[in-house]
Design a protein. Sequence first.
Lengths: 411, 151
Amino acid sequence: MSHFNAERVRADTPALTRVINGRPITYLDSGASSLPPRTVIEAMDEYYRLRHANVHRGVYQTAIEATDAYEGARAAIAQFLNAPGGSEGVVFTKNCTEAFNLLAKSWGAANLKDGDAVLLTEMEHHANIVPWFQLRETIDLDIRFIPVNDLFELDLTAIHDLLKGVKLLSLTAMSNVLGTVNPVQELATLAHAQGALVAVDAAQSVGHMPTDLVELDVDFMMFSGHKMLGPTGIGVFWARPEILATMPPFLGGGGMIADVRTDGYTPATGFTRFEAGTPMIAEAVGLHAAVRYLEGLGLDNVQTHDRALTVDAISRINHQFNGRVRIIGPTAHDNRGGVISLDVDGVHPHDIAQVLDEIGVCVRPGHHCAKPLMRRFGLAATARASFGPYSLTSDTDALLEGLQRAITFFG
Amino acid sequence: MSNLEELYKEIILDHYRTPRNRGELAPPASKTEGFNPLCGDELTVYLEVTDGKIVDIKITGHGCSISQASSSLMSVAVKGKTLEEVREVLSKFKNMMTLEGDVVDLNDPANREVLRSLGELAALQGVSKFPVRIKCATLAWNTLSQGLEEN
Ligand SMILES: Cc1ncc(COP(=O)(O)O)c(C=O)c1O
């Protein structure tokens, strides 16, 4: 049974004890990076204090423990995602961005040919755009974008045409700017019917809603540990094991080989092929603790909590600021994530964030690494507030207070 | 003065709300674009240089109050000046922005003289206490110096 109590999560999160400019911190930037609970920090600490050794091939006690800890994290991730094939498809990377580079530069380079199409969406993070443009420098790819409509959702009216000739549909499960949750499962069905594979950017969703790879029926998934209460420096690339088995190596070096001779080398098989060099062992331990913690909260509870906070914040923003503050994201229903992008008439997002910082409120101004999306809406930047499982309506109170101050200050 | 009032001095807010020398100049005036890739601020500086003098300057673009006010203040400071005078203001301004605000000893007559000679531009000195905002204040100036090089 899972228990969810945001006050408890807050008490578990040491970073939330900070006082900034004389006020308790109001952390509304979990979309950029989440704050780890004590169990994550302690697991990594304990690992370094007692168990640290390099993984694989170790014979002595602590090396075996380190290997078990590292592989245990892989198994926990596989279970967390309900991944077909279990651990076999789970590759640890540095972050979500590296996972996309692995997809484009290994699978993409080996499987895409001149004239092949890759279908993205207009709301993608640069991590799911730039690697494809880089690949286009060597393969003449047709890179397409599913448009975003004025309700901040994917415009699927021309989806059948857009999917023609597509080899890969790669899209985000949840927009890091709009909070929009995309119909991944439906799109995966359509894409598969056209013979395309499907990759999902779960960076924003995996720590905020249940993820079931069997149900979603997609082929690749990528995300970062630090947005799901885990540490920085670790991310996950998941591929169906039978696809992973056909992919050429990405980075080369120790760890990823079966044999090296003076005339060449033979890569290892399975996930090992993609993990060159000493991996992020402590971070894997931390990520494992984060997964356990999230499972303890229950991802459906986290999602319900996010929704309640978001619906409340949107209605209070609309009510209090009466059109002066525009929400760049869906507002008509609650099937969205806890990411709220704001456009304040007459006050630039940087100035908003600066005024908010005065009362200890952390929000992010900027383009959020989604410039095509910002261009689509004629914006250079937004001020983005985003919730985590430790967020409370008192955080929204502070946000509203700060917005009011900024509006009063700039007139 | 609170931190915010030090950053957003009245002169800055005034230039932000009512920017001077906004608009474009037709060729043969030069046109130089500047970007702050981190925050998406963009501006374009149009310069008309005749006989070694900036006879006209216009600026378009968008950005935060600091970048907008800084470009407006800059346009006023350099319009009608000789290139030599402009280069001097440029270098004084850049020096002011790289000095850590807390470290500038305002009791030092030399520093006071520099700030005094910068006139209204000195209002931007408070920005140097906010390191992440320095790029906002210097965007227009970097674009201007690029424009002068190309001229
Ligand atoms: C939707 C989405 N995709 C990808 C990324 C990239 O994550 P990272 O910077 O950890 O590689 C982010 C992070 O901002 C994101 O929000």
